[in-house]
Design a binder for this molecule. Sequence first.
Ligand SMILES: Nc1ncnc2c1ncn2[C@@H]1O[C@H](COP(=O)(O)OP(=O)(O)OP(=O)(O)O)[C@@H](O)[C@H]1O
Length: 219
Amino acid sequence: MGLIVTLNFLKSFFKMVQKGPRPLVLCGPSGSGKSTLLKRLLKEFPDKFGFSVSHTTRCPRPGEKDGVHYHFTTKDQMSAAITKGEFIETAIFSENMYGTSKKAVEDVRRTGRICVLDIEIEGVKQIKRTDLDPVLVFVMPPSIGELERRLRNRNTEQEEALQKRLEQALHEIEYGKQPGNFHIVILNDNLDKAYTELRDFLAKNLENTVEETNAPLDK
Ligand SMILES: Nc1ncnc2c1ncn2[C@@H]1O[C@H](COP(=O)(O)OP(=O)(O)OP(=O)(O)O)[C@@H](O)[C@H]1O
């Protein structure tokens, strides 16, 4: 009995060491504030969190650097890499491909940091099927009207793309609201409040009381 317990303990210990810390997933409609919250988190805890750099086939926005904000790639190159099994999750959004490569997560894990992923709903569904055991956070906008206002203010999208994002947002909000899909839903009606909520949740759930987030989520 004692031996079995010890063996099981060693098995989970080595699995944990092998995998490194649980990754953190931030999901939410475009414009809900994921990047803003992430930027703050990475600024406050640069040694604790590391951003997993996603691949995308969309064009870089002004100021975005290849390999820093995204790995910018082509549809052909990305499709070939997906076929080779190099991606954990992929999604098509506003006619562009997005995805997280195994290497991107591994690169962060190797530094001992918690890997942060900013991914779409489809990606969340896929990552739930892996053994990465992520902590899943949904960032909820106060309303569609406010989301539209923020996206317009951000001024990064053409009208058509903006409308697509808003349409998509309705489905994403529905998914985010369903109990069992995320460990926490953070309402971003006020940035300081939302950040504090995220920070407190992570302090509790990624450091000491990891069990709290181990409640099974819907696959
Ligand atoms: N609580 C808030 N109150 C007001 N404005 C906010 C708040 N949170 C974020 N914003 C603003 O809303 C805009 C969208 O935020 P952000 O770019 O972080 O969204 P996102 O979810 O990362 O979007 P995407 O998925 O398109 O990258 C930004 O201009 C940001 O400054």
